[in-house]
Design a binder for this molecule. Sequence first.
Ligand code: ADP
Ligand code: MG
Length: 143
Amino acid sequence: MKNNPAARTNPMKTHSEEETRAVAESMARGFKGDEVVFLIGDLGAGKTVFAKGLAAGLGLSDVNQVCSPTFTLMNVYQARVPIYHLDLYRLANTPEIRDLGFEDYVGDGIIVVEWAEKIDFPMPAIKVRIEVASDDTRTITIE
Ligand code: ADP
Ligand code: MG
């Protein structure tokens, strides 16, 4: 079971960064190419780690490109399909988020949003909740 994340139950526990990446990677391998993924969890929970796994599963060769888009608001990675990566942590107001116009990208690739709970999004999304259980253990719930 441990080597087959897709077969695990929900919620699941991971015990390392690598294991969380593997869960995300196997999820993304099943993506059609237009999914919206909301990553919900505190600072340091593992949202960016999960985003790296998604990118790997979508065929991005260098996942070190994947980091929280702190200054640019949105990063774009060219994988099998484009990946639009947003982190809303520093965004205080909704107009700023509206100005991104990222809804325009829906359907054109995968949209991955950290701190998505900060604003109301109209579109349906896969919600991934990551909680710190202890040092290296995370509880991951997929809705
Ligand atoms: P976030 O984007 O949610 O703020 P990051 O993904 O940047 O968090 O960082 C998560 C940190 O937690 C990393 O330093 C990672 O190595 C560490 N970590 C420890 N155990 C795990 C685990 N089971 N899953 C994911 N990350 C883990
Ligand atoms: Mg992050």
